[in-house]
Structure formats: structure tokens, C-alpha cells
Ligand binder design. Structure first.
Ligand SMILES: *Cc1c(COP(=O)(O)O)cnc(C)c1O
Length: 381
């Protein structure tokens, strides 16, 4: 399904692209390069790939398939539904389910060879019972909270686990202890070091097993944070996982919106819903074929720019459901063609920038990328 980058111009002219208002180009080579970069940083620890939320909006199956071919062996998803879908594509991968094993799902988890992250003693007991039913211990991670207070075993459960760990672990094929950092992308926050301290303390009180603490940002806090397995998500997809550094990752997506119509307007007219934008001078305005229904944030009204043939065109007015308007007055007339593509996200304006303009985070921009986009996957064959 992926095409070589050299075929992109033709793919953008294809009948499939002609039928939609916007195209999402996903560079699987860049994704793979980002995973290899992270894997190199953490070796000899194992580098998993977090592909929850449909691979952060880019498609869990194409993403995980490319990473599997590059050597990734462990994949984190949020729920069983996503795990089952990924299992169909990757029969031999280790697929780990962060939400754990809700009551009644144990048999299906086992059948699909999914590895739940168990968050409570109750879940552990039910997983043990399932293993007994199946006649062999079933694999699981166990999540112990170190300060996030979201998922993971709380202090009361942990005390009981510590008291009789051997019997509580009996019949579970323990794949590892894990915890999750709350503030790793803010290096000045002392909580990260506190969580490391707590995690080490916890590990010292439990039977030995592989340990996993870090998400993308955690990896950049140094080898102390790598343990045996790291769980990068966002870094693989291009946004900056360590905002205190220049972005070390390669951009993975380009979002292109079609120029549907261009008009010249005089000064002192308004553009778009609620007439929020008023022209100060005569202007040329382009309507582009994507909107908030495609995940382009409504809060991004009047913020940032798109790129047309190498020229910046500021986004103006409200974001509509299926349309964005840009002031293209500065784009040379010969380069401004109806039917051409404007770059909305890409090297000229990355996901982090779009997010910042709309008061949100890159994670949200990615995971809300629309279903309507014609998606083109690039990979050097
Ligand atoms: C989402 C998630 C990750 C990945 O986080 P990134 O910041 O995207 O790298 C890792 N571990 C857990 C438990 C998560 O929920």
C-alpha cells in the first residue's frame, strides 16, 4: 500500500485525490527513522511503540506494520478492540493493552494473545483465574502508580501485593512492572525525579521482572529512566517529545488542503461565519477544502498560515466545518491555481505550531486527524 516518495506528485493528481478536499501524507520512512532513533538512544533497553488511538491518528495498522518490519516487537494499545485489530495484522507481535482486563474480557484477551496491563489486585485475581482455566500462566504487565493517580495500583493495593507477592503473582506470566511519568515534558518539574525514586523503591520490594517507566519525554531524562523497556508514542509521529530541546524527530505528516476557489475582495468586507474577519485593504482570499470536521481546530481561527508554492498565506476568519480561508494576497498570481494544494501541516508549519496556535497539544491535533482525508503512505520500497 505504501508508495515511494517519488510517486507522490502522481498520487496527488490521482482520481482518488481528486475526489476529496484534503490529503494526508504519512511518511512511514520518517516514522521508522524516529523509532530507530529512540531505539538507539535506549539500547540495550527494548524500545516498544505506543500505537494507541489508532496510531496517534495515523493508522495503527500501517504504523505498527512499518515498525514491525523495522524490528519493533512490542506495541501498546489502549483497549481490547484496538488490540484485536492489530493482532489480525501482526500475528507474532507482543500487543499490550493499557486499559487492562475489564471483568468478562479475560477469555478474549487470552484467545487473542493480548497482554493486559493489570491495574488492580482484582484484575490480577481474575487474570490468575483465567490462567488456571486455560491451564497455563497468562502474560501481563502490572502498573504501579507512582504519582499520576490515574491508572495503576494504588498504595493500599500495593501494600497487599508486597505482603504476599509470590502467591498473588502465582499463575501470572509477569512480563514487567510499569509506571507512568506525569510531568516528563517539563524538565524543571521535580515530580519526574520523585517518580523515579518511588519506582526504584517499589522495584526493590517486589520480585524481579523487567521494568518500564518512560514515555517519549522520559527517555530524554537519561539512562536512569530507561530500565528494560521504554514506551515512546508521540516522538515516533514527529512532534517534539522534549520541548526544551530543538525537535530531534523527523516530521511524519503533511496535510494538504485543496484550493477550491480564489476571490478578490475590496477593503472593509467580512469573511466567514460571524463576520469576524474584516479586510483592511483589497485582498485575495482562497477557500481550502478542510475544516474542523477534519480535526483542524476551530480554535485555530485567524491563527498561523498555510504554504502555497513556497509562499505564506495567513489563515483568516472562522474555521468552518469543511473549509479554511487564507489570505493569499502575497502569493504570486502565476503560482496560485485553483485545484492545487496548500500545505496546512508540514515542514513549513509543524503539528506543534498548529497546536500552540489553537491552545492545545500536538497529541490532540494528531489524534483528531480526520477520517475524510485521502491518505497516502510513503515508503522507499
Ligand atoms: C500514552 C502513553 C505512553 C506514550 O506517551 P508519549 O508521551 O506519547 O510518548 C506511554 N505510556 C503510557 C502508560 C501511556 O498512556
Amino acid at each position: 500500500m505504501p508508495i515511494p516518495p517519488s510517486s507522490l506528485p502522481a498520487a496527488l493528481e490521482s482520481p482518488a485525490a481528486a475526489r476529496v478536499g484534503a490529503v494526508l501524507v504519512i511518511d512511514l520512512d520518517a516514522l521508522v527513522a524516529n523509532w530507530r532513533d529512540m531505539a538507539r538512544r535506549v539500547a540495550p533497553a527494548e524500545c516498544a511503540a505506543v500505537v494507541k488511538a489508532d496510531g496517534y491518528g495515523l493508522g495503527a495498522v500501517p504504523v505498527a506494520t512499518a515498525l514491525w518490519q523495522a524490528g519493533a516487537r512490542s506495541f501498546f494499545v489502549a483497549d481490547i478492540e484496538a488490540g484485536v485489530q492489530l493482532r489480525a495484522a501482526l500475528p507474532d507481535a507482543r500487543i499490550i493493552v493499557l486499559h487492562g482486563a475489564p471483568t468478562g474480557t479475560e477469555a478474549e484477551l487470552a484467545r487473542e494473545r493480548l497482554v493486559p496491563v493489570l491495574n488492580t489486585l482484582g484484575e490480577m485475581e481474575r487474570w490468575q483465574a483465567e490462567g488456571r482455566r486455560q491451564g497455563n500462566p497468562l502474560p501481563a504487565f502490572i502498573h504501579i502508580d507512582t504519582g499520576m493517580n490515574r491508572l495503576g495500583m494504588d498504595a493500599a493495593d500495593f501494600t497487599r501485593l508486597e505482603q504476599d507477592a509470590p502467591s498473588r503473582l502465582d499463575g501470572i506470566a509477569l512480563q514487567g512492572w510499569m509506571s507512568h511519568l506525569a510531568c516528563a515534558d517539563h524538565p524543571e518539574n521535580p515530580m519526574t525525579a520523585e517518580q523515579l525514586f518511588r519506582f526504584r523503591n517499589i522495584l526493590g520490594r517486589l520480585p524481579r521482572a523487567p521494568a518500564s517507566l518512560s514515555n517519549s519525554a522520559g527517555i530524554f531524562h537519561g539512562t536512569d529512566y530507561h530500565f528494560d523497556l521504554v514506551r515512546p508514542g508521540i516522538a515516533l509521529y514527529g512532534p517534539n517529545p522534549a520541548p526544551w530541546l530543538p525537535n530531534p524527530m523527523r516530521p511524519v505528516i503533511r496535510l494538504l488542503g485543496r484550493i477550491l476557489q480564489v476571490r478578490d475582495v475590496p477593503a472593509n468586507v467580512t469573511v466567514g461565519y460571524d463576520a469576524t474577519h474584516r479586510t483592511q485593504a483589497p485582498a485575495r482570499i482562497a477557500a481550502l477544502g478542510l475544516g474542523y470536521a477534519d480535526g483542524y481546530p476551530w480554535a485555530g481561527a485567524g491563527k498561523g498560515h498555510v504554504m502555497i508554492a513556497g509562499h505564506k498565506a495567513p489563515i483568516i476568519a472562522r474555521i468552518s466545518m469543511d473549509l479554511v480561508t487564507a489570505d493569499v494576497s502575497a502569493v504570486p498570481e502565476a503560482l496560485l491555481r485553483v485545484g492545487d494544494w496548500a500545505e496546512v501541516i508540514g515542514p513549513s508549519r509543524d503539528v506543534d505550531q498548529v497546536a500552540a496556535e489553537a491552545g492545545t497539544i500536538g497529541y490532540e491535533i494528531l489524534t483528531r486527524l480526520g477520517r475524510r482525508y485521502h491518505r497516502i503512505h510513503l515508503a522507499q520500497g
